[in-house]
Design a protein around this ligand. Structure first.
Ligand code: IPM
Ligand code: MG
Length: 359
């Protein structure tokens, strides 16, 4: 039986309570003989700063590097927002992505039948929607240099960042996207702003060149502003979308809201060898932290993605996904996904229900 070496980085806010539930789910599968677990914890984000003076302490980074996969809660702590940028909690996740070269971010946005009415959009618009957003995660204006705030001779201050992508960065994320489309509906939509930005003109050119290697996948291109509109108008037109770091950040939040709750959606951030960091796409929700109110399902579903992508354990991943569907089918709901007739539960009871549903 394989041993899964997983670094657990719970982080801030609701991070610890939701990762605890995901671990309970993994432990149940372990007890059923799916695999054996070797879990190690380390502080990250605001918790890292408080414990060791840095959002990504060297020990935490070393543990993340030595593990086969990382289960990540969330980072963010308003009370630390006045620190210099390099010490703010968000730097932990940016540092992990960059240092571990986790360039491929997979963000599925799907509407489970049980939650159709949780969306703010009409049921007929979102019912059955199933999009995979693939966001490039280690380049673009997030990491481009130079960047800063400078003082001009006339006394004005000027803020500047650099949007930059080289051809190989675009090609490697493009390949991930074409491969993913192959395993799904074979339609790939590349999102850019090629009508204005040179960087994304190159993006479009490289995607078009790559299409030659994937004649079984239908490639289309869309400008990011139109993509934002089309996601609201008719989200079901999309299968796989691929885009850069900045546009992907924004569009994935938009897409998540179509599904009713950001509390449902998992994500995977992969390197070239499928080592990955798995995290819910929501944030640390400090307003409800420690109150047993957070929805643990996005983290539980992130653990399922981990089993699938980093460990190739498809049937274990499916077992978790089916258990989540079952629990929703039984009517269980945390506050963010409440609906008429639902059985309202807290974080722990929701996790326990999934464990129970695993049999
Ligand atoms: C995300 C988050 C991060 C990002 C923040 C926390 C730095 O919004 O994962 O989408 O901008 O990438
Ligand atoms: Mg974001």
């Amino acid at each position: 039986m394989s041993t899964l070496n997983i670094a657990v980085l719970p982080g801030d806010g609701i991070g610890p309570e939701i990762t605890e539930q995901a671990i309970a789910v993994l432990r149940r599968l372990e007890s059923q003989g799916h695999f054996s677990l070797n879990l190690e914890d380390a502080p990250v984000g605001g918790a890292g700063y408080r414990a060791m003076g840095h959002p990504l302490p060297p020990e935490t980074l070393a543990l993340a590097k030595a593990s086969d996969a990382i289960l990540f809660g969330s980072v963010g702590d308003f009370s630390l927002d006045t620190l210099p940028r390099e010490l703010r909690p968000e730097q932990a996740i940016l540092g992990l992505r960059k240092d571990l070269e986790l360039f491929a971010n997979l963000r599925p946005a799907f509407v489970l039948p049980e939650l159709v009415d949780a969306s703010t959009l009409k049921a007929e618009i979102v019912s059955g929607m199933d999009i995979l957003i693939i966001r490039e995660l280690t380049g673009d204006v997030y990491f481009g240099k130079p960047r800063g705030i400078r003082h001009l001779e006339n006394g004005d201050r000027e803020g500047f960042d650099t949007m930059v992508y080289n051809e190989s960065e675009i090609r490697r994320i493009g390949r991930v996207a074409f491969e993913a489309a192959r395993k799904r509906g074979r339609r790939l939509c590349s999102v850019d702003k090629a009508n204005v930005l040179e960087t994304t003109q190159l993006w479009r050119n490289v995607m078009t060149e790559l299409a030659g290697d994937y004649s079984d996948v239908e490639l289309s291109h869309i400008y990011v502003d139109n993509a934002a509109m089309q996601l609201l108008k008719n989200p079901k037109q999309f299968d796989v979308m691929v885009t850069g770091n900045m546009f992907g950040d924004i569009l994935s939040d938009e897409a998540s809201m179509l599904t009713g709750s950001i509390g449902m959606l998992p994500s995977a951030s992969l390197d070239a060898n499928n080592k990955g960091l798995y995290e819910p796409i929501h944030g640390s929700a400090p307003d409800i932290a420690g109150q047993d109110k957070a929805n643990p399902l996005a983290t539980i579903l992130s653990a399922a993605m981990m089993l699938r992508y980093s460990f190739g354990l498809e049937s274990s991943a499916l077992a978790i996904e089916q258990a989540v569907s079952k629990v929703l089918g039984l009517g269980y709901a945390t506050a963010d996904i409440q609906r008429p007739g639902a059985k309202m539960v807290g974080t722990q009871a929701m996790g326990a229900a999934v464990v129970e549903a695993l049999g």
